[in-house]
Design a protein around this ligand. Structure first.
Ligand code: FAD
Length: 259
């Protein structure tokens, strides 16, 4: 079984996250880049399966700037077998359509039985990349799974809905995405950290995938027209209780149409 885990590098969730006001593109220098936690959970799901199924290969796939290589090395230290980094200057500012097309091409290039992704990234939060990749690959997708069972020829899982749960399954090869209910990623051990440096990490450019920007943009893509900083917070209103605080609070809420 060959499992590809989609690993996205994102700005540190607890750091300052900024868009470049002129280009609208993510300002990567504004905060430390880290592996998205949901990608780490996807990796843990793959590693747990591999731990109990000899012959399983876990390949990491990430698209992004040069710093993504470090993220992939870190994920290799956790136990993945190899990694693929799609790196091309032409991908700066890639929207979801571009990203899905490129990740799908890299998935085909790498070969796979199963692709495991996070349900939505911490930064873009599109929540659609796994389904878009499945469409490119013309393979089934099971998304937003709270639990996942990988069998020899099929994959199944449980998805929460507003009214209950849905049990779904699909024949392999397939694409799945997992939710934050997937297990926390393990800690790297010393052996893993040492061996990560020697594990294969392939860097691919668009041309290696038989793609170019003309082909990608022929379908059109979204462009950020304008970005605006969120206004800084203003001081709150203090309601002093001089015996009339209840009425003052009710007036405050009513003035904002909150009651
Ligand atoms: C016009 C436009 C310009 C943009 N410009 C930039 C930019 O310059 N720099 C930038 O960082 N972002 C940019 N983005 C956002 C970026 O394109 C999205 O983050 C990306 O397309 C993935 O969408 P998402 O994170 O919302 O995916 P989701 O669907 O929320 O991701 C779900 C899962 O898919 C996988 N996945 C998603 N993206 C990747 C990836 N790149 N590599 C590996 N796995 C992945 C992960 O497993 C993730 O958990 C731009 C978006 C738009 C619309």
């Amino acid at each position: 079984m060959k499992i590809i885990v989609l690993v996205k590098q994102v700005p540190d969730t607890y750091g300052e996250r900024k868009l470049n006001a002129t280009t609208g593109i993510l300002d990567r220098a504004a905060s430390e880049p880290i592996i998205d936690e949901i990608s780490e959970r996807a990796l843990e799901v793959a590693l747990r399966y591999r731990d109990s199924h000899k012959g399983t290969e876990v390949v990491l796939l990430g698209m992004g700037p040069a710093s993504v290589t470090a993220a992939l090395r870190k994920a290799l230290a956790l136990g993945a077998d190899s990694a693929v980094h799609v790196l091309d200057d032409a991908l700066a500012g890639a929207d979801m359509g571009y990203t899905a097309a490129v990740l799908a091409a890299a998935t085909i290039h790498t070969g796979y039985d199963l692709v495991i992704a996070g349900n939505e990234s911490t930064d873009g939060r599109g929540g659609v990349i796994p389904s878009m990749i499945a469409e490119h690959l013309q393979r089934p997708s099971l998304t937003f799974l709270d639990s996942l069972d990988i069998l020899d020829e099929r994959v199944s899982g449980v998805r929460r809905t507003e009214t209950g749960t849905v049990d779904a399954h699909a024949a392999l090869p397939a694409i799945v995405s997992i939710t934050e209910l997937a297990p926390d990623v393990r800690f790297p051990n010393f052996k893993g950290i040492l061996s990560a440096k020697k594990k294969p990490l392939t860097v691919l450019a668009l041309a290696d995938l038989g793609l170019d920007t003309a082909a990608l943009s022929s379908r059109g893509h979204s462009v950020i027209a304008k970005t605006e900083q969120r206004p800084s917070r203003t001081a709150g209103t203090k309601v002093a209780d001089d015996g009339n605080a209840g009425v003052d609070l009710a007036d405050f809420l009513a003035a904002r149409h909150l009651i």
